[in-house]
Design a binder for this molecule. Sequence first.
Ligand SMILES: [Zn+2]
Length: 221
Amino acid sequence: MKKLVILFLTFLIVLTFATAFAISAQTKSTENKTNHIYIDPGHGGFDGGAVGNNIYEKTLTLAIGLKLAQYLKRTGFVFSLTRNADFALAGNKRDDIYKRVALINNSEAVLYISIHANSFPVQSVRGAQTFYNPLFEENRELAIAIQNMLYVADPSNKRLAKAISGKYLIDEVAIVGCLVEVGFLTNPEECDKLSTNDYQEKIALMIYMGILSFLEKYGEI
Ligand SMILES: [Zn+2]
């Protein structure tokens, strides 16, 4: 019971922050160009991505991507999605990724978030984690801002924002952004949580809060 009360209070605090940031983001969107965000829900169509007990990565990334889009929309941001339903952008994985990168790079967006879910042969491995291209300092700052918020959704998560290279999308997207692995589908407990609407909502809210916290610090990108 005590745990529930603490969780509820934490959530209230988070919501209060969200409202405050949202108002400031709304004001900002008319003042500068930081208001267009590209959301990339990983996989789709023939490419299911990782799979857990009861959910495909492609289903989860889309659900969280759409929820994130709603948070952005409600607070005056412009958003684009690389996909808004269960489809791939090409007939094979390579062209699919090329298309995602082209869509983002040819847009007016100033920031992108690619959403994925992880898997690992060892079931005990768990925890959401952000990855970034270390080429731009802003990528690191954004990844850390989102990672810090993800700890609120799962206080047991000990993962840190991590620099990564050799992944086509992260290497080639020319605007500020990061990739969010929302958790491990191969961890039964985390997979169960990720399957619920409530937890998906929470993760989307935390990504949104991370974006706001980053924009608060950086203003115009
Ligand atoms: Zn993936």
